[in-house]
Design a protein around this ligand. Structure first.
Ligand code: GDP
Length: 360
């Protein structure tokens, strides 16, 4: 399964946010290095379309798609040199598919900031620098081996070329992701190195409610991470929301003028950052969202349900959610000619409602 690793300086609210994510009330402690063991939290991706499908099909239950988050130990200046919880941190983060940086924007004099003052720009800088230094170490360690392998024709020259270029980019203090974005740097030949700064990033600003309501201030923070999308939430508030039932939570959210919980936004942005989308299945038993990559074909999508569905794939009966929603029932959608039969080359679209036909 795809996972997003949560990183940040100590005391920025990672545990508080993670606990809210998992509805898990592990005590968030007010001192650096409180988060030691990596934990995995599986979070559902809220999807109103499933409620509508359940209504149309009379489904007994709803199964949304999920996003997994790993809570990784706090990073401090010098983490790449094995300080603080550096090495353990690096081992866990290497396995994540994307990195979510949590940045402190809340001002609470009772909560110590490890670097003395609350400064989002310098916090981002500290974390990026540590990730860049960690990658530089990895690449410099791998270079002599790769050089030798290429000489002995046991590896491709492209690998050496990419590794050399990566060392150069990192040496300039840039992340590989920005080099991929800005000058088309291709990291694929050195995928096996699992370089941290080549992973997509998400940025969460943990802020007070006055910032949540202040578009000007949010724009300033957005500029720090552009072109990456910023998420704003109040971790403490989110953890309070997480303890309420659905109706109470909605009421509390509305009373603060927000239309979507910060964690729901996080799940959505995380899902997009990982390049994922969902298709839907529905029947009397359940309405369910299934996770696929953008660009997946119908047989690949079928394979997510069961490998036999992929192997024995014949065709897929598909209606887009919007058409089904408008028609109000499968029969009416068929009568309107909105239900299509698609073959093995069909590229799935987000929100396709599907029934697969297959041989067993
Ligand atoms: P971590 O070290 O990044 O995991 O940080 P924690 O989640 O343990 O939070 C450190 C301290 O900051 C705890 O005392 C939290 O209660 C507090 N805290 C976390 N988020 C917020 C927030 O949004 N606002 C305020 N005022 N305090 C927070």
């Amino acid at each position: 399964a795809l996972t997003i690793g949560i990183v940040g300086l100590p005391n920025v609210g990672k545990s508080t946010m993670f606990n809210a994510l998992t509805r898990n009330q592990v005590l968030a402690a007010n001192y650096p290095f409180a988060t030691i063991e990596p934990n995995i939290g599986v979070v559902s991706l809220p999807d109103q379309r499933l409620n509508r499908l359940a209504e149309i099909f009379g489904s007994e239950r709803i199964l949304p798609a999920t996003v997994s988050f790993v809570d990784i130990a706090g990073i401090v200046r010098g983490a790449s040199e094995g300080e603080g919880l550096g090495n353990q941190f690096l081992a866990t983060i290497r396995e994540a598919d994307a990195i979510c940086q949590v940045i402190r924007g809340f001002a609470d004099s009772d909560v110590v900031h490890v670097e003395g003052e609350v400064s989002p720009a310098s916090d981002i800088d500290t974390i990026n620098t540590e990730l860049i230094l960690a990658d530089l170490q990895t690449v410099e360690k791998a270079l002599p081996r790769i050089e030798k392998e290429v000489k002995q024709k046991r590896n491709e020259p492209e690998v050496l070329e990419a590794a050399t270029k990566a060392a150069e980019i990192l040496g300039e203090g840039r992340t590989l992701f920005s080099a991929m974005h800005d000058d088309g740097f291709d990291v694929t030949p050195i995928r096996e190195l699992s370089l941290l700064t080549a992973k997509p990033f998400l940025f969460v600003f943990n802020v007070d409610d006055d910032v949540l309501a202040d578009e000007g201030r949010k724009d300033e923070l957005r500029k720090l991470v552009a072109p990456v999308e910023a998420i704003f939430l109040d971790a403490k508030f989110e953890s309070e929301l997480a303890e309420l039932d659905e109706d109470e939570a909605r009421e509390m959210l509305e009373s603060t003028g927000q239309d979507e919980a910060g964690l729901d936004q996080l799940a959505h942005v995380g899902f997009r950052t990982l390049g994922l989308q969902t298709y839907l299945t529905a029947g009397p038993k359940e309405s369910r969202a299934w996770t696929i990559h953008k660009g997946d074909t119908a047989p690949q999508a079928a394979g997510v349900i069961h490998t036999d569905f992929q192997k024995g794939f014949i065709k897929a009966e598909i209606v887009s959610f919007d058409d089904l929603d408008a028609a109000g029932s499968m029969n009416d959608a068929k009568a309107k000619g909105k239900v299509r039969m698609e073959g093995k080359d069909y590229i799935m679209a987000d929100g396709d409602v599907v029934e697969f036909r297959f041989n067993v």
